[in-house]
Write a protein that binds this ligand. Structure first.
Ligand code: IMP
Ligand code: MG
Length: 187
């Protein structure tokens, strides 16, 4: 079992740590300006949001609340299954609230689309989307994105919270997993 070693050699850097941090800084300012007259509730989509959201909220210099939601997502690289089930719901009642959904990545849009429909039905005052990464070329479901970190090409990326088989989330940059690593047994 060497899953904890050699992470760096499995990945080619796509967006450096410095570039991610700089962009998150800007996004924090954009979000603070957009929500300066209300108390936004940031809803993170677990687990991919975790690293991004914890860095982002520190850059939003206005009062805010945080909550998290988790939905059944697809397993593996190429099989976007139905994101049809909430596995961890919000603790917060969002009726009348200004909700900002925080995603690590929007790919086909099926996950975000499902969550947006679900949250919209609860009657928030506003509902917007923030994502660190946008793989727009893969979009199937139209998602209005108000705050976007980076538009990325059609590559499977890891790091900054994003995983391949639950690994690589802790890489402090966004990288492309090398082909030879995909499908490898981790034993
Ligand atoms: P969707 O296709 O937009 O529904 O994205 C579903 C989920 O797949 C995302 O929330 C991520 O968890 C995951 N995902 C999509 N693309 C990537 C990727 O390039 N790397 C890691 N996870 C991804
Ligand atoms: Mg994943």
């Amino acid at each position: 079992m060497n899953a904890g070693r050699g992470q760096e050699s499995a990945v080619e850097v796509l967006i450096t740590r410095e570039a991610v941090e700089r962009r998150i800084d800007e996004m924090g300012k954009e979000i603070a300006a957009a929500y300066r007259d209300c108390l936004p509730l940031l809803v993170g989509v677990l687990k991919g949001c975790a690293i991004f959201m914890s860095d982002l909220v520190k850059k939003i210099e206005i009062p805010l609340e945080m909550d998290f939601i988790s939905v059944m997502s697809y397993v593996g690289v190429q099989s976007p299954g139905g994101a049809a089930r909430i596995t961890k719901d919000l603790d917060t009642v969002i009726e009348g609230r200004d909700v900002l959904l925080v995603e690590g990545i929007v790919d086909t849009g099926m996950t975000a689309g499902y969550i947006l429909r679900n949250l919209q039905a609860r009657g928030p005052r506003s509902l917007r989307v923030c994502t660190l990464l946008d793989k727009e070329v893969r979009r199937i479901v139209r998602i209005p994105i108000s705050f976007r970190g980076f538009n990325i090409p059609d590559k499977f990326v890891v790091g900054y919270g994003l995983d391949y088989r639950q690994l690589y989330r802790n890489l402090p940059y966004v990288g492309v997993l090398k082909d030879e690593m995909i499908g490898l047994d981790r034993s």
